[in-house]
Design a protein. Structure first.
Length: 140
């Protein structure tokens, strides 16, 4: 099946504020984007089919999608099993860390506690060793 008319596309400059401007044929997108730094602006470029803009949405055959300035808004990327597992692991870790922080009034307390436990183990180990040696000396 042959198309009756060739599609006509145009490049649009879209900014965060919602401002939209069609680029002229002689304008270069890179130069326009480099000029955004001078004006402290952020934006993106959208390629639109100008023939589609004339058709009402009621005549579309596909599922209705929420579109804002020609860009699909409800698009979500699906995660692989590995990504889901990593995300779940990160969430569990975040919950665990949050509960640990709630238990301790200061962040440095966990380091102090670890040092104290290590010192206690070493001290108890040395005391035990001294007692064993003194016991052996007493029996001989």
């Amino acid at each position: 099946m042959r198309m009756l008319s060739s599609p006509k596309y145009a490049l649009y400059e879209v900014h965060v504020s919602g401002e939209e401007r069609r680029l002229d044929n002689d304008e270069k997108a890179l130069v326009v984007q480099l000029n955004w730094n001078k004006d402290d602006r952020e934006g993106r470029f959208v390629l639109k089919n100008e023939n589609d803009a004339l058709l009402p949405k009621a005549q579309s055959n596909g599922p209705e999608k929420q579109e804002k300035e020609g860009v699909i808004q409800n698009f979500k990327r699906t995660l692989s099993k590995k990504e889901k597992k990593e995300k779940k692991k990160r969430e569990k870790e975040a919950v665990r860390q949050a509960s640990d922080k709630d238990d301790r009034p200061f962040q440095g307390d966990d380091m102090k506690e670890r040092c104290y436990q290590q010192l206690r183990k070493r001290t108890m180990g040395l005391i035990w060793k001294v007692l064993q040696e003194s016991k052996q000396l007493m029996t001989t």
